[in-house]
Design a protein around this ligand. Sequence first.
Ligand code: GDP
Ligand code: IMO
Ligand code: MG
Length: 435
Amino acid sequence: MAGVCVIGLQWGDEAKGKLVDLLTGQFDIVVRYQGGANAGHTVVAGDKTYKLHQIPSGVLTPGVMNVVGPGVVLNPPVIIEEMDRLISQGVKFEGNLMLSDRAHVVLPWHIAEDQMLDKTATTDGESIGTTLRGIGPCYRDKVGRSYAVRLGDFYRDSFRQRIAGIVEAKKKMLAGISGESVSLDAAAICDEFHRYGERLAPHVGDTTAYLLDAVEAGKRLLFEGAQGALLDVDHGTYPYVTSSNSSGVGVSAGSGVPGRWIEKVIGVIKAYTTRVGGGPFPTELKDDVGSHIRERGREYGTTTGRPRRCGWFDAVAARYTARLSGVDSLSLMMMDVLSELPQINVCVAYEVDGVRTDRFPSHADDLRRAVPVYETLPGWQQDVTRVRRMEDFPANARSYIDRISQLIGRPVEVVSVGPDRQQTIFASGALSSVT
Ligand code: GDP
Ligand code: IMO
Ligand code: MG
């Protein structure tokens, strides 16, 4: 048994990057397997802040291999920029990064289409509010096949011809959406992406074979989820989701590692809830408490800088996604952000059309009508940023942690009280099965 997964259980930004970075030392390989440049994972180490979008957070630990699997949609200029920024921060890329030749590539027409479509309404008038990184159009082309380009295609003689054919089709498609002619220069795009291909070439390979060899050789794998389970394209708040399986169910498909190799799944949750972009959010706070959480938690997007919508912890949603993702234990982040509040609400059920339920609705319209049923817990009103042992938390903070664990039905093994690596508490015996 070889693999441990870190999965966000809310709408993303649960501080997965921080946890992955902390656990990396216990693993041989860290794997990203879905999403793309829409992700923004932050790792704070002392006075340095690293922002990872497509490169696994394991890259900050020397001696660990970092794999970007076939399920990721890769944006070459963005990954090169990301590498250069990390290099300027002292990170070395010396045989420690491998990109799947099967990964699909985000091209300029995907980004143009994402921008056009996000301006137009979805089913009920609210736009998805994507990260405008071309994620949805690229995944759609992957499934559609006819207009898809994979990283391995960059190194084939047919590359230029393939791009030229796709460009002609995309010009017509984009003009059809926007009503205006769209300029895409096939030769210029080929030249530009050929350069990117050359730069990335030393890192490109068959990651599926590499990972299968690794698990059979007894290597230890850490899977780094992107987004959160509520954004899962099949099981999330559709259509207000991303275009990949961002819950635990996506690990195998996106990496090529069979589920039977997965030993443990850690669900990451914030002590409250945030969401960026459109879509229903039953516990959203549009008042001063919401603004307080946003400012205290610095809840602004890592990728887009957008203010994140903030609200109370939603145990109905988190219980659903913990079950869906096969979560064994929880990592509860941002406990420090709630420190000043005299009272804290936790959503324990919904009322939909007057009927109480603890089921997470499958349709966004029903979730939109869900009225949260709250349980109110006393706040701790004490700074917890220097707490380093579970027993040192104020009694009300411990009660809060216990209540969340009870509502989700999983133990809390890790608690985070600030962005820094040091500001993390591991329950005694926690993660012992992965050490
Ligand atoms: P990810 O996408 O899940 O990796 O999360 P992001 O990096 O987008 O957002 C999490 C943010 O919270 C980052 O800015 C982290 O540095 C920060 N952070 C992580 N853990 C804590 C914590 O316990 N308390 C506070 N205040 N900030 C934290
Ligand atoms: P990390 O990995 C938070 C959201 C967008 C939008 C929806 C669809 O940092 O947790 P997309 O560009 O994927 O088509 O946008 O998904 N979204 C995220 N929200 N964290 C993320 O990643 C996200 N990636 C996408 O805001 O609502
Ligand atoms: Mg993020």
